[in-house]
Ligand binder design. Structure first.
Ligand SMILES: Nc1ncnc2c1ncn2[C@@H]1O[C@H](COP(=O)(O)OP(=O)(O)OP(=O)(O)O)[C@@H](O)[C@H]1O
Length: 299
């Protein structure tokens, strides 16, 4: 199937402020793409452009094969959208709000809505004005998922949710993907993206800083390695190996940092008798920090 979201050199400026600076990105049909970046990176700007809530300064975009500018109505019918600042009329109850939104979308079986509100433990008799931030967010999630859209576009969907509800939300995402639907979700939190995303895009300063699978990102990350041998080794035995830096050898122990494949290091090691090997799993948070700040270790 064709890519569901295609962004080409998408740029948005707000007067003299930069919102997005030439973002090129494709989201494949049926995948969950986590969209990460620090505050002000341009995540919400991208999402608003996808839905034609704002218009690009330059560049092109297509969503579900449509031009959001020309086909906004057709597009909104096929998309489930949760805004970062989800706002609805506060005087109504949760139930009447959901009934209204369901009618706008051509009718949705009541049991499907109930199934979602029950799973998220959302009281449908409550008035929206009185809802906590977390309960409002639950309402936002229900309305985004309830019509089983082909594409879910979710801006910081877990903000304000407690850990239990976060997990329910992640289950909903996993089920949507199992149904063949596509999910594009922005986040600040690596751990939740890691749990559900097929790929992760990281944006910084309005442009793509990294795009890879979670496993791929982990593979690029730096590991701390410690090897011990039955007999003393020398640093010269391990000089010039690809990906190996900070090499320190003391008698029978070798310590180093490793980026990428461990193959060359292991081949060199097995010329001796190895008694133990430890490799500290890269902390993805550290890797992301490097991407966020543009540090060299992530290059
Ligand atoms: N309406 C606006 N007017 C002027 N500048 C804006 C406007 N909306 C966004 N910006 C600027 O565009 C840049 C990108 O903002 P955006 O909200 O897209 O970032 P974000 O990645 O969603 O950040 P956050 O995680 O804080 O929500 C920021 O520098 C922001 O100040």
């Amino acid at each position: 199937m064709d890519d569901v979201i295609v962004l080409d050199q998408l740029t948005k400026t707000y007067g003299r402020r930069r919102g997005l600076a030439g973002l090129t990105l494709r989201v494949h049909a049926g995948e969950v793409l986590g969209f990460l970046g620090p505050n002000g990176a341009g995540k919400s700007t991208t999402i608003r452009l996808l839905l034609d809530l704002i218009r690009p300064t330059s560049g092109t975009l297509r969503v579900l094969g449509l031009d959001p500018r020309a086909d906004a109505v057709a597009l909104h019918r096929r998309v489930g959208y949760l805004a970062g600042d989800f706002i609805v009329d506060g005087r109504q109850t949760v139930a009447s709000c959901l009934r209204f939104l369901a009618a706008l979308r051509g009718g949705i079986p009541a049991r499907r809505i109930t199934a979602l509100t029950e799973r998220l433990d959302l009281d449908t008799t409550a008035r929206i004005t009185g809802l906590s931030k977390g309960n409002r967010q639950k309402l936002g999630i229900v309305q985004a998922f309830m019509h089983r859209p082909e594409l879910l576009i979710l801006d910081e969907p877990t903000s304000g949710l407690d850990p239990l509800v976060q997990q329910t939300f992640l289950d909903l995402v996993t089920e949507a993907r199992a149904d063949g639907r596509t999910v594009f979700m922005s986040s600040h939190i690596m751990a939740e993206v890691e749990a559900v995303a097929d790929r992760v895009a990281i944006i910084r300063d309005g442009a793509l800083a990294a795009l890879d699978t979670v496993a791929g990102l982990r593979h690029q990350a730096v590991r701390d390695i410690e090897l011990t041998f039955t007999t003393p080794v020398t640093a010269a035995d391990f000089a010039g190996l690809p990906g190996v830096t900070d090499l320190r050898v003391t008698a029978t122990t070798l310590r180093c940092r490793l980026t990428g494949s461990p193959d060359a290091l292991l081949r060199a090691a097995t010329r001796h008798t190895v008694t133990s090997l430890t490799a500290t799993e890269p902390a993805l948070e550290d890797l992301f920090h490097a991407y966020y700040t543009g540090a060299d270790s992530a290059a």
